[in-house]
Design a protein around this ligand. Structure first.
Ligand code: FES
Ligand code: FES
Length: 166
């Protein structure tokens, strides 16, 4: 069994571990670090439930080996809240606009949307839909997810936010 020592920073905290070459990043995050907010929703790399940021790129962490993350700065859903512990605008948006039902896709959606709003702070509805095209939601029909991201974009820009979804 081949192992390698890796050091990564996850949500601002440095971690060092010996990992097998075959260990997927998502399993390292969930099992080694016990950060179980990053979900596994498929075995075909298409659902996006496992999305994390790796050096500011939204990545499906089931498509990457842990050893490939050596030296990387990783953000998971557990690191999204504001430093004072209040909800990030995206988390607030998903709550206010009913952007989830079962919630299984939500961590990956929020992390993907985080990057989307970094790249484009004022996305159109079409740009939001394109931006989350790699993240599947099996419950909501996406409409309120789009509204949640629009809510967050408005809030982060200091603009008035929409009324809560019905
Ligand atoms: S678990 Fe990674 S894409 Fe589905
Ligand atoms: S809220 Fe259930 S999969 Fe998206």
């Amino acid at each position: 069994m081949s192992t390698h020592n890796i050091t990564v920073t996850v949500n601002g905290q440095a971690h060092s571990a010996d990992v097998e070459s075959r260990l997927l990043l998502v399993h390292f995050i969930r099992e080694n670090l016990r950060l179980t907010g990053t979900h596994i929703g498929c075995d075909t790399t298409h659902c996006g439930a496992c999305t994390v940021l790796v050096d500011d790129h939204a990545v499906k962490s089931c498509t990457m080996f842990a050893v490939q993350a050596e030296g990387a700065d990783i953000l998971t859903i557990e690191g999204v809240a504001n430093p004072d512990g209040t909800l990030h605008a995206l988390q607030e948006g998903f709550r206010e606009m009913h952007g989830l039902q079962c919630g299984f896709c939500t961590p990956g959606m929020i992390v993907r949307a985080w990057r989307l709003l970094q790249e484009n702070p004022a996305p159109s509805e079409e740009e939001i839909r394109m931006g989350i095209a790699g993240n599947l939601c099996r419950c909501t029909g996406y409409q309120n997810i789009v509204k949640a991201i629009q809510y967050a974009a408005a809030k982060l820009a200091g603009a008035p936010v929409q009324e809560a979804a019905q």
